[in-house]
Design a protein around this ligand. Structure first.
Ligand SMILES: Nc1ncnc2c1ncn2[C@@H]1O[C@H](COP(=O)(O)OP(=O)(O)OP(=O)(O)O)[C@@H](O)[C@H]1O
Ligand SMILES: [Mg+2]
Length: 357
C-alpha cells in the first residue's frame, strides 16, 4: 500500500480561494455566521461537506456532527449492538439466516487459534506461519486472506491482507503480524472475489456499497441512501478514512452520481468524476446486482429490531451481493455530505423528527 501525503489546512485554503465554483467570500462569511447562530457551534462542516460550493443553496438541510452523532443511541440499543460491533458475533448471528457472508477460516483469542472445531496453542512466529500454511492448503481457492481485528476498530484500521506467497519467505512482516494478532482477537477471512464489473472501476480493493436502512416508527424497513466506496490510493481497503472516495448511488437505477468525494485532507476540494487509475466515468457506471443488494439489506435489517439505524457494507461478488458488515455507529456526517443534507432525504426526515431535530 502506498502512503499518500495529507494536505494541510493552508493548502486546502489556497485551493478554496482559487475555486471558480465557490460562493463569494462575503456570502461564505455570512453563511458561517448564520449557521453558528442556528446551531450554536462553529460550523467546521461547512468546508468538509462542501457547503462553500455555489450550488449548495440548502445549507439548513445539513447538521453539525455533534447533533448527528448524538442521535444513534436513540435508535440502536446498547445491548443489541454486539452483533455488529464484534465481527465474529456478526457471522454467528447472520449466517443461520442464509445470508451470503465471507467465510471465516480461523479466529483467535490471544495465542489460542480456532480452526475447524480444533484449538491450537501457538507460541512462536514459525508455528503461526505453519498454521497459516495449513489454512491456505485447506482452502486452495484462496491466494490471499483478510485478517481483521474482531472488535474495537473502525475505518479500515487493523485490517491486513496476507498473500499465500508471503508465507514462504522469511518476511519479518509475519513475525510482526504474529506479535500483533496475539495481543487480542482477530479473524482470518477468505478474500471476497468481486464481480468483474467492480474490478473495471478499481481492482486494488473490494469496492463496497454503504447502504443505510431505517426501521421507521411503524416497524417498516426503509432504505435511506447508498454510496459506493473505492480506494483511489491503491489501498486494499476502501474506507474513506484510509484514502477512499465515495460516490452516491441512485437508489432506483443503481447508477453512480457524477461526482465523488474524498476527505478534504486526502483530496482537497476536488470532486473527481472518474476513477484516477481506470478512468471509469462515475456517471456512466451502474452497480451490478444492485436490486439484490438492496433486498439483502432490507432483509437483514429486520433480524435485529433493537437496531433501527444501520449502515451496511455490501460487496458485489461474482454471483451476487456479499454482506461484509453492519455498523450501528457509522459515519452519519459522511451521509450528510453524500445526501447533500440529511434533511433533504425524505426517510432521514423521519429519523430527525423522532429526535425532534
Ligand atoms: N473478506 C474480505 N475480502 C476482501 N476485502 C475485504 C474483506 N473484508 C474487508 N475487506 C475490505 O476492507 C474494508 C473494511 O472492512 P470492514 O468493513 O470489515 O472493516 P472496517 O470498516 O474497518 O470495520 P469496522 O468499522 O467495524 O472497524 C472493506 O470495505 C473492504 O474494502
Ligand atoms: Mg466497513
Amino acid at each position: 500500500m502506498k502512503n499518500f501525503s495529507k494536505l494541510g489546512s493552508g493548502q486546502i485554503l489556497k485551493q478554496l480561494l482559487k475555486d471558480p465554483d465557490r460562493k463569494p467570500l462575503l456570502k461564505i462569511a455570512l453563511e458561517l455566521v448564520y449557521l453558528s447562530f442556528v446551531f450554536r457551534t462553529l460550523p467546521k462542516y461547512y468546508f468538509s461537506r462542501f457547503l462553500f460550493k455555489k450550488d449548495r443553496t440548502n445549507i439548513r438541510d445539513y447538521y453539525p456532527g455533534k447533533l448527528l452523532y448524538g442521535i444513534k443511541p436513540h435508535f440502536n440499543e446498547n445491548g443489541a449492538t454486539d452483533v455488529l460491533e464484534n465481527k465474529l458475533y456478526f457471522d454467528f448471528f447472520y449466517r443461520p439466516f442464509n445470508i451470503n457472508l465471507p467465510k471465516i477460516l480461523m479466529y483467535n483469542h490471544r495465542d489460542v487459534f480456532v480452526v475447524n472445531n480444533m484449538t491450537h496453542h501457538i507460541h512462536t512466529p514459525s508455528e503461526f506461519r505453519a498454521l497459516l500454511q495449513e489454512v491456505f492448503n485447506a482452502n486452495k481457492m484462496n491466494d490471499s486472506i483478510f485478517i481483521k481485528r474482531t472488535y474495537g476498530t473502525y475505518g479500515g484500521a487493523k485490517i491486513y491482507k496476507l498473500l499465500s506467497g508471503q508465507l514462504g519467505s522469511d518476511s519479518p512482516w509475519i513475525n510482526d503480524l504474529f506479535q500483533e494478532v496475539i495481543q487480542s482477537g482477530y479473524l482470518f477471512q477468505e478474500t471476497v472475489k468481486q464481480h468483474a464489473e467492480m474490478n473495471r472501476l478499481n481492482s486494488s480493493c473490494l469496492n463496497t456499497l454503504r447502504l443505510a436502512t431505517f426501521i421507521n416508527p411503524d416497524g417498516q424497513i426503509e432504505m435511506i441512501n447508498g454510496y459506493l466506496r473505492t480506494s483511489v490510493t491503491n489501498n486494499y481497503v476502501d474506507n474513506i478514512t484510509a484514502g477512499g472516495c465515495a460516490i452516491s448511488i441512485d437508489l432506483t437505477t443503481g447508477r453512480l452520481d457524477e461526482f465523488g468525494y474524498m476527505s478534504l485532507k486526502d483530496g482537497g476540494i476536488r470532486m473527481p468524476t472518474e476513477h484516477p487509475f481506470t478512468h471509469t466515468i462515475f456517471s456512466e457506471y451502474t452497480i451490478p446486482y444492485f436490486e439484490q443488494a438492496k433486498q439483502m439489506v432490507i432483509e437483514v435489517a429486520g433480524y435485529q429490531p433493537g437496531l433501527r439505524l444501520i449502515g451496511w457494507d455490501v460487496a458485489i461478488g461474482e454471483s451476487g451481493p456479499v454482506l461484509i458488515e453492519g455498523n450501528s455507529d457509522f459515519d452519519v456526517a459522511g451521509m450528510d455530505k453524500m445526501m447533500k443534507g440529511v434533511r433533504s432525504n425524505p426517510v432521514f426526515r423521519k429519523v430527525l423528527k423522532e429526535v425532534n431535530l
